[in-house]
Design a protein around this ligand. Structure first.
Ligand code: MG
Length: 166
């Protein structure tokens, strides 16, 4: 088995842009600053997947300086990370995430995010967890949103066959 960890943080944007978190749009909140759609949760998940296969991190794969990735939906990053997971002979066992946000209140969106992430990863909903926390007033209070993710990978059928002694 393999395990990977991911982290990301983005500041709230002054520009009018939608808040995307865990593949879900949260309409009542200002969006986050960022080159792509700034979905910190999906960025953390993608980095956890990449970390678990010893791959390059998200910033190396998709440099923010590269105009091709401007406004890019983060599901694309997840798809790329998954491709690497699969080609290395692994499949996603489960993914656990923590979102740290003083605003907006994420409780009404946790189930939606869980569903969206499980759909993107093609795993069952009970293999995905989204937990919402606040900073309790520690800096950087309310200036942005942070996310942590851990991913566990299991050998795929292909890998199990390859590793069987002949
Ligand atoms: Mg990011």
């Amino acid at each position: 088995m393999r395990v990977g960890i991911g982290y990301d943080s983005h500041r709230f944007s002054r520009a009018r842009r939608p808040l995307r978190l865990g593949g879900v749009t949260i309409p009542e909140s200002p969006g986050l600053e960022g080159h792509s759609d700034a979905d910190v949760v999906l960025h953390a998940v993608a980095d956890a997947l990449l970390g678990a296969v010893g791959g390059p991190d998200l910033g190396e794969l998709f440099p923010p300086s590269d105009p091709r990735y401007r406004g890019m939906p983060s599901r694309h990053f997840i798809a790329q990370a998954l491709r690497r997971v699969r080609s290395a002979g692994w499949r996603v066992g489960n993914v656990d995430t923590v979102v740290v946000a003083d605003r907006p209140t994420l409780t009404p969106y946790k189930a939606k995010m869980r569903r969206a992430i499980s759909g993107l990863l093609n795993i069952s909903e009970d293999a995905v967890s989204v937990k919402a926390k606040t900073t309790e007033g520690f800096p950087p209070k309310a200036q942005g949103i942070m996310a942590y993710a851990v991913a566990l990978l299991e050998p795929s059928a292909r890998r199990r066959v390859q590793r069987k002694p002949s």
